[in-house]
Design a protein around this ligand. Sequence first.
Ligand SMILES: Cc1cc2nc3c(=O)[nH]c(=O)nc-3n(C[C@H](O)[C@H](O)[C@H](O)COP(=O)(O)O)c2cc1C
Length: 196
Amino acid sequence: MTNPKPLVLGIAGSPRCGGNTDLLLEQALSGADGAGARTRRINSRELKIAPCCHCDKCLPEGICATEDDMQWLYRELRRADHLILSSPIFFMGLPAQVKAMIDRCQALWVMKYLLKVPVALASQSKRRGLFLSAAGNNRPNTFQPAIATVKAWFATLDVDYSAELLFGGMDGREAITAHPTALRDAFLAGGKLVRG
Ligand SMILES: Cc1cc2nc3c(=O)[nH]c(=O)nc-3n(C[C@H](O)[C@H](O)[C@H](O)COP(=O)(O)O)c2cc1C
């Protein structure tokens, strides 16, 4: 039997516990919960995920041969109805933990683009994705490389890049709490992700 409540998977990308993007994710998941979703949060900093070694062992079946936390995370990524990635910017890109997770989705890329097997196992036909991010500086191009990576990753997962909330000038651990609208914006974005 399928569960009528959509499942929202939130991935925390920061190695810093309780920091800006953690707080944004918490709000977005509360918003999703308020809109009637089931939510699950995964902290990338707690996972053991090796980088992709380009061994090409995923080519025949879209199954990665590296045994670590990615093996259960593949299933979570495939079965979620909607996805939130909340991650800081490190050296103009995504932190190593997040990038390792994304690179390991090469197995799902093989599944989708080479084997033509559906990646999404979700009950909702249209999967939506939300990207939340914070960075220290306020320059206009700061988020662009990370956005490009997240868009490519979402496309591989058959997730629409539906919305983003990007906050520059956030160097202090909880600087986001001094922003006039950021946490409220994240709450509303989480609800909108579910409602469509
Ligand atoms: C290793 C490292 C690299 C960073 N690189 C950048 C950067 O390239 N551009 C930027 O604006 N901020 C950079 N920052 C600052 C973080 O993006 C910023 O502090 C962010 O708010 C951290 O989010 P968090 O509290 O969720 O961890 C960097 C921080 C660290 C620790």
